[in-house]
Design a protein around this ligand. Structure first.
Ligand code: NDP
Ligand code: HSE
Length: 430
């Protein structure tokens, strides 16, 4: 039986769970795959730190480059996170002819094309299933099973921390900070949790998914993003009154028409109102779900644990077994490096919107406000007004309109004397 020796870079929240699962599943993997996996070296910042997994102290080092270069390491697992030194370490491992498994979405979403090319040049695997939607097998189906498909859309909930937080804030009335602290305790959040709540983590994931689905290179900076910071309790209350939940969504679409947009790609992350009968509304806690729309297979839904050390460890271990099998057979699976995507400007993307405005209670104010929307081509579907003698709160739900039309209407709205404040605008996902 071939013995594959693993060098692990990082043994933190995810790394120690991966090491534990590897020890737990080792003999089953020998049975099922005919490969023996051995963890021989582990790089960390502080070797003296207590770890939840029992490893021989002799395997630890603070020099990650020693692990990458070591002659007794056949395969490298990168779980440090961030772009540097992780990027240099992954590149060094690939250049040394060692397959790499990583869960690092930030790295893959920023340097993916260079890393895929380096892996292909070296003739080894670069696998990163845990980098998007943790435990859910999604990247491999997209990059293998759907390789011949015409994918037009990938959309869903791809961040476990924010989905968990939004669930707790809606169901239990938890405040933002308390919900975030609980998500961190459960190991869902990124080492820097602002990546979760400000949408950067979801942007990285949708960039990776779009690149594989559309065979075009999409990087995280190509994705326009808004996070869940700044949502108010009243947004949740008003959403509920209209039959909606609020979810952080990531959406990537390849446009097939009109002619000026054909082939362009739009990618966005935003908190959205989603009708309570939509399947995504029932995705709660740290679960994620992604819809992939294709021309022949139709719509596919992928659902499961989107965050957490153990679900992530499952995806990492699956990749390790796959890469080890390829290494044993002297083969590898190439990640296609598509041309840079032609991006559809965010201002041209079309949505329906929820808009909340506080106005003076005076005759003609409502028609003045709706007139502004009308002049910019934003049609109002529903208006809800309530208030006191001097002030009214108006909530508008609109028909679909391009973002630039809404933006121009809001600018004009802010200038009206009778408009006291315009609250956060949320898109409505249908
Ligand atoms: P942690 O911060 O918990 O762990 C990072 C590990 O890297 C620690 O063991 C740390 O050492 C080690 N480390 C940091 N810098 C160096 C360095 N220069 N040299 C050697 N070792 C170093 O991160 P997480 O485990 O939370 O995340 C790891 C990766 O997994 C990230 O890319 C994240 O995006 C990804 N991920 C996370 C998921 C989750 O649910 N949390 C899900 C999917 C992916 P020490 O322990 O001594 O400090
Ligand atoms: N912080 C990430 C999330 C981990 O909450 O989704 C899984 O990628």
């Amino acid at each position: 039986m071939r013995n594959i020796r693993i060098g692990l870079l990082g043994c933190g929240t995810v790394g120690e769970e991966f090491a534990g699962l590897l020890l737990e599943r080792r003999s089953a993997i020998e049975d099922v795959a005919g490969i023996s996996l051995e963890l021989v070296r582990v790089a960390v910042r502080d070797p003296g730190k207590p770890r939840s997994v029992a490893l021989d102290p002799a395997v630890f080092t603070t020099n990650a480059y020693d692990v990458v270069k070591a002659e007794d390491v056949d395969l490298v697992v990168e779980l440090i996170g961030g772009t540097s030194p992780a990027g240099e370490l992954v590149t060094a491992a690939l250049n040394a002819g060692k397959p790499v498994v990583t869960a690092n979405k930030e790295l893959v979403a920023s340097a993916g094309p260079d890393l895929f090319a380096a892996a292909d040049r070296a003739g080894v695997d670069l696998f990163f299933e845990a980098a998007a939607v943790a435990a859910v097998p999604l990247l491999r189906p997209v990059r293998e099973s759907l390789l011949a498909e015409d994918v037009t859309r990938v959309a869903g909930i791809v961040n476990g921390t924010t989905n968990y937080m939004l669930t707790r804030m809606t169901a239990d009335g938890l405040g933002f900070e308390e919900a975030l602290a609980k998500a961190q305790e459960l190991g869902y959040a990124e080492p820097d949790a602002s990546a979760d709540v400000e949408g950067a983590d979801a942007a990285s994931k949708i960039a990776i998914l779009a690149s594989l689905a559309f065979n075009r290179s999409v990087v995280a900076d190509d994705v326009s993003r808004e996070g869940i910071t700044g949502l108010l309790a009243e947004d949740f209350e008003l959403a509920a009154r209209f039959g909606f939940d609020i979810k952080l969504l990531a959406v990537a679409e390849r446009f097939t028409g009109p002619p000026d947009a054909r082939g362009t790609i739009g990618a966005q992350v935003f908190p959205a109102l989603i009708s309570r009968d939509h399947p995504l509304a029932s995705v709660r806690e740290s679960f994620n779900a992604v819809f992939v729309t294709t021309s022949a297979a139709g719509e596919l839904m992928f659902y499961g644990h989107g965050a957490g050390p153990r679900p992530s460890a499952s995806a990492i271990l699956g990749d390790v077994v796959g890469a080890a099998e390829h290494l044993a057979r002297g083969t590898h699976r190439r990640v296609p490096v598509g041309r840079p995507a032609a991006l559809r400007p965010t201002r041209d993307l079309v949505h329906s919107y929820y808009i909340r405005a506080d106005v003076d209670e005076a005759p003609g104010v409502l028609s003045e406000v709706t007139g502004v929307f009308g002049r910019h081509g934003v049609s109002i579907r529903t208006v809800d007004q309530h208030g006191s003698e001097s002030q009214a709160r108006i909530v508008f739900l609109t028909f679909p309109a391009p973002e630039h039309a809404l933006h121009d209407a809001l600018e004009e709205l802010h200038d009206l004397d009778h408009v006291r404040a315009v609250g956060r605008v949320l898109r409505i996902y249908t």
